[in-house]
Design a protein around this ligand. Structure first.
Ligand code: MG
Length: 279
């Protein structure tokens, strides 16, 4: 009984102190939680793929059966003449037949592509399994056999060619299939032709982050500095035929990306808020 009275006094004193604090708190009260809930627009439902599958909203550019989605950059002979390799559902670069580019044009995309450099190593440096993926036919994500193969860092596999080395060399051995999963954001241009926002690229190479929201300096240039030149909002994706290196590709798909404008900020007082009276 002796202990009960001081304990009760302590509780009363504490309660009085809290009450006094909240009464003098000039901070706005905590808004209701539902006032910061966003219910629309509702993100579209995309059926998640199986471990090696394709999302339900992807555009399949190559599944091994034909080259119908592609054309050659050789203006004299636009029919795609790269070689189909049915056993691995792949296409292989055919020397002196030009690059391939998609018939369709794209802007912002998520890309999945698998590639394989030749198992037999004949050359070194840039001459070893060289190809490339050109977003918008202008911005090259380098394909190269960079497995124990020295070359300039901004020209190795998963580099943005002659601009940015990859964050890591995640290369597999020659002859093994490798993956790129990329998010490419097209550049935006102002009416006067100047660059509003640069192209940006995020890439995973065999599941390893190798480019993180990298802002490109312009279109890919073999010689000299890259520059931006105003172009259409959508352009083809292309694959490089580099010296006839017999690089193979398979399982190529893109998801076209659209980004809704940021939701409006609710008309609420700004933090810091007063203490939650319920706690
Ligand atoms: Mg290349």
């Amino acid at each position: 009984m002796k202990k009960t009275i001081p304990a009760l006094l302590l509780v009363l004193a504490a309660s009085t102190a809290i009450h006094a604090q909240s009464a003098s708190d000039s901070r706005p009260p905590l808004p209701k939680p539902e006032l910061t809930e966003q219910w629309a627009p509702v993100p579209p439902v995309v059926a998640a793929p199986a471990a090696t599958g394709i999302p339900s909203d992807a555009i399949v550019l190559f599944d091994g059966s034909n080259l119908d989605a592609w054309e050659s950059t050789d203006a004299k002979n636009p029919a795609p003449r790269w070689t189909l390799e049915p056993a691995s559902r792949a296409m292989v670069v055919a020397p002196k037949t030009g690059n391939l580019r998609t018939k369709a044009s794209f802007g912002d995309v998520q890309l999945h592509i698998e590639w394989r450099s030749p198992a037999e190593v004949k050359k070194s440096g840039q001459g070893r399994g060289n190809s490339g993926i050109f977003f918008m036919d202008l911005y090259e994500l380098q394909v190269l056999d960079s497995y124990q193969n020295e070359t300039y860092a901004n020209g190795q596999a998963a580099s943005i060619y002659k601009q940015f080395p990859p964050l890591a060399n995640a290369s597999r051995a020659p002859g093994e299939w490798q993956t790129y999963d990329a998010v490419f954001i097209a550049p935006r241009f102002k009416a006067d032709g100047s660059t509003d926002t640069p192209a940006r690229l995020t890439v995973f190479h065999n599941g390893v982050l190798v480019q993180h929201d990298t802002a490109l300096r312009g279109g890919t240039e073999f010689r000299g500095l890259p520059v931006y030149k105003k172009h259409a909002a959508r352009l083809p994706l292309s694959l490089q035929n580099h010296g006839g290196d017999l690089v193979a590709f398979r399982n190529i798909w893109v998801r076209e990306l659209s980004f809704p404008p940021p939701p409006p900020i609710p008309d609420l007082p700004s933090p810091p808020y007063a203490l939650d009276p319920k706690k």
